[in-house]
Design a protein around this ligand. Structure first.
Ligand code: GCU
Length: 363
């Protein structure tokens, strides 16, 4: 729909060598690979997962699955993937283990997807917005005020449309396993409270690496600056941008509230998170292991969602106590301002029909 000037990405070789260099990685897999520089060229595939031998006497293989994401270890997303690992270990009798690397340790979301594509990382959890660059179907989630309510969103994600979108990046060596709850995104700003869309005029707002997010911010009259999540705190602090937008747990746990004193709950988008697996890694699993992993992912999605409401309420209470002014504006004014994006979407051959089908879903 809209062209964007997204930041240049680091080459895969740089990302893989970052994994090899990362001294904070406690995983035995990373350590053993660092110790064997002559195997460096095998690193990408070997890093995604590894088979360890465990037990004395009756030996058994343990397959270790690396999963990286960009959020804090207190975030419901992190708790969700840890739960997935527990369920997988239980189902597989301890033969499949998930090692989780939070807080962007292995790179930005886009970088993690690229590693997943080449098999350098087995799994990651990213925002659907960043998947737009890999499968155009994900763009539909970037449309403002897409879902009428929670029940509508759940019916879409858990129904045929959600499954179809999840399967869409398979040709790009990425398999979607499940959606995670990521609430609704709202504006936070350093110096200017946002009561109406006019207040956004002229502000520099950080966006995800997503053409839809770019288009949305521009439709609100602000200027969009793509910055990865891990670099946003500093960008806000140094005034590279005047504000950003996100859900309450991420606003809180990334500590952006220390810099942005106004949070306006206009809830312009409800973009889900997605747990993805490398198709290289997936096809190395037996059908039984694939089934366990899919089941563990699905169960973790249900669990992660149960954490969301409390995490949102807690985040809002904490940031308010810390002095952030919480604004509850009239969402209808914001929706009206960006309604033309839906008209534009109608002309798009991929998201036009999807948008219509989503609107037709009646839970
Ligand atoms: C949400 C989402 C993250 C994403 C972040 C962002 O918090 O859950 O996956 O990184 O938005 O704005 O980049």
């Amino acid at each position: 729909m809209v062209a964007s000037s997204l930041a240049p990405q680091k080459p895969i070789a740089t990302l893989v060598s970052r994994i090899l260099r990362t001294s904070s990685l406690s995983s035995p897999v990373a350590t053993s690979l660092r110790d064997r520089p002559s195997r460096r060229w095998l690193a990408p595939l070997a890093l995604a997962s590894a088979t360890l031998l465990a037990g004395c006497g009756g030996q058994r293989d343990i397959k270790v699955i690396k999963l990286a994401h960009g959020l804090d270890s207190q975030h419901p997303v992190h708790k969700g993937v840890v739960f997935m690992g527990q369920r997988l270990a239980e189902k597989s009798g301890g033969t499949l283990r998930v090692d989780v690397y939070p807080s962007g340790q292995l790179g930005s979301e886009r970088e993690c997807i690229e590693l997943v594509q080449v098999g350098g990382l087995a799994m990651t959890k990213v925002s659907a917005s960043v998947l737009e660059g890999f499968a155009a179907e994900f763009k539909v989630f970037g449309l403002p005020y897409l879902f009428r309510d929670d029940a509508h969103q759940q019916a879409v994600l858990n129904g045929p449309i959600g499954r179809e979108i999840l399967a869409s990046p398979q040709g790009k060596f990425v398999r979607g396993l499940c959606y995670y709850e990521a609430g609704s995104r709202s504006f936070y700003t350093k110096n200017r409270p946002i009561h109406t869309p006019d207040d956004l005029k002229g502000l520099k707002i950080r966006v995800q690496e997503s053409p839809m997010a770019f288009a949305l911010i521009r439709a609100f009259g602000a200027s969009a600056t793509p910055i990865s999540f891990g670099e946003l705190y500093t960008a806000l602090q140094q005034g590279v941008v005047d504000g950003a937008e996100n859900n309450p747990p991420s606003f809180h746990l990334a500590r952006h509230y220390e810099v942005c004193r106004f949070y306006s709950l206009n809830e312009h988008t409800t973009v889900p998170d997605v747990v993805i697996v490398s198709t290289h890694f997936w096809s190395s699993l037996t059908p039984q292991q694939q089934q366990w992993l899919q089941e563990a992912a699905d169960e973790s999605a249900v669990y992660q969602r149960t954490l969301w409401k409390a995490a949102t309420e807690e985040a809002l209470a904490i940031v308010e106590k810390a002095g952030v002014e919480i604004i509850r504006p009239d969402r209808a004014i914001f929706a009206a301002r960006v309604a033309p994006l839906h008209d534009e979407a109608r002309k798009d051959p991929v998201i036009g029909p999807l948008n219509q089908r989503i609107a037709d879903v009646r839970p």
